[in-house]
Write a protein that binds this ligand. Structure first.
Ligand code: DX5
Ligand code: ZN
Length: 216
């Protein structure tokens, strides 16, 4: 069964408490929290104070996806705000190895994210150091975009790399996941499904989460 991580980017921010309660009562495993700086991506979302408050509503894993430049400036602050996992973009880190060590030394799990154009090969010398790879299946910055089909090849290739090295690094897929494509994503080798619009814009979010959880 995949780990299901609804992205609160698509939540109703005027009723955030209700959305958190819904997730807590659902089969969702993680809260996926998208932080954007308007520099690394052409959009700005929410940041530390919002995550700090969401943290008080849940015991579930807070999976923070940083779409920001120089993420090392804020790793400690996100730990304090309650992040359990912190994912940074390979394209935003000149000293990725140092950034990963920093995240781990702060007591969080470390994830590395790849934009659609970045080959999975580029993880070769960092894969054994990280807890998760987040493959972007859309260009980061916005919810509600269409899944880039080529991602399925990348998942398979990454699955092979991880298995060949005997690692248990998780593969998380983010962007454009629907009830129609989720099964093929899991079959290709994904461990974690992020879903924003599919969950929060559905008539029955809890049922949609359940459907994603039992998709294969
Ligand atoms: C996009 C974010 C995603 C986004 C996914 O930059 O990283 O987590 O919320 O939204 P959907 O599931 O609507 O594509
Ligand atoms: Zn995300």
């Amino acid at each position: 069964m995949p780990i299901v991580a609804p992205s609160l980017l698509a939540a109703d921010f005027l009723h955030l408490q209700d959305e958190c309660t819904m997730l807590n009562e659902s089969e969702a495993d993680w809260f996926h929290l998208d932080v954007m700086d308007g520099v690394f991506v052409p959009n700005i979302s929410f940041g530390l104070p919002v995550i700090e408050q969401i943290r008080t509503t849940t015991q579930k894993t807070c999976d923070v996806h940083l779409m920001i430049v120089q993420p090392e400036r804020y790793a400690e602050a996100f730990k304090k705000a309650g992040a359990d996992m912190l994912t940074v973009h390979i394209e935003a880190c000149t000293h990725l190895h140092r950034n990963v060590q920093q995240i781990k030394s702060l007591g969080m799990q470390a994830g590395v994210s790849l934009n659609p154009h970045t080959p999975v090969d580029s993880l070769k010398d960092i894969l054994h150091d990280i807890d998760m790879v987040l493959l972007m299946s859309v260009n980061p910055g916005f919810g509600g975009q269409s899944f880039i089909l080529h991602t399925l090849q990348k998942i398979k290739e990454l699955r092979r790399m991880i298995d060949n090295q005997g690692l248990n690094t998780k593969i998380e897929i983010d962007g454009g996941i629907t009830l129609n494509n989720a099964a093929s994503i899991v079959r290709a080798g994904a461990d974690v499904l992020v879903a924003g619009s599919t969950v929060f814009k559905s008539a029955d979010p809890k049922a949609t989460i359940r459907a994603l959880k039992h998709i294969v």
